[in-house]
Design a protein around this ligand. Structure first.
Ligand code: HEC
Length: 114
């Protein structure tokens, strides 16, 4: 009996214990999420992966709202992510000049599918 507990502990340690559900497939996005994906491609993709955990210039956005905290340690909330997008953060340039209110809403809808 004890061995089973140990085995699952080991499996958990090997898997990193942070398996999160995969992103919604692109062909299953609703219209707003699909619009958000276009915004992501235009303004974020160059620095952020969305469907892998590999960092580019910035951290991967896969599972961004499925985890409790952002890479910086801040709470993963719409408010916090919106502020990062609009005002930038350290090496991340502010996007507020190229992203309007509608773009931001659509982008957030997409980021929630990751
Ligand atoms: C020129 C490269 C670049 C672009 C373009 C860019 N980012 Fe970033 N992003 C970064 C870097 C670098 C960081 C790490 C900043 C830090 O915490 O030091 C980052 C961090 C983040 C974070 C994590 C913030 C935190 O608190 O940990 C989020 C979320 C994010 N970016 C979303 C986006 C979205 C959405 C877009 C598109 C609108 C975008 N970024 C465009 C470079 C970029």
């Amino acid at each position: 009996m004890k061995r089973i507990g140990l085995l699952s502990l080991l499996a958990c340690a090997l898997a990193g214990c942070k398996s999160i559900p995969p992103p919604t497939p692109l062909d299953q996005l609703n219209p707003q999420q699909a619009r958000g994906h276009e915004v992501y491609q235009a303004h974020c993709q160059i620095c952020h992966n969305d469907r892998t955990d590999t960092p580019l210039a910035g951290p991967a956005l896969r599972g961004i709202f499925k985890k409790q905290y952002l890479p910086s340690g801040a709470a993963a909330t719409d408010e916090r992510v919106s502020a990062t997008i609009l005002h930038g953060r350290n090496m991340m340039p502010a996007q507020g000049n190229v992203i309007d209110h509608q773009d931001l809403d659509d982008l957030l809808a997409y980021l929630h599918t990751l």
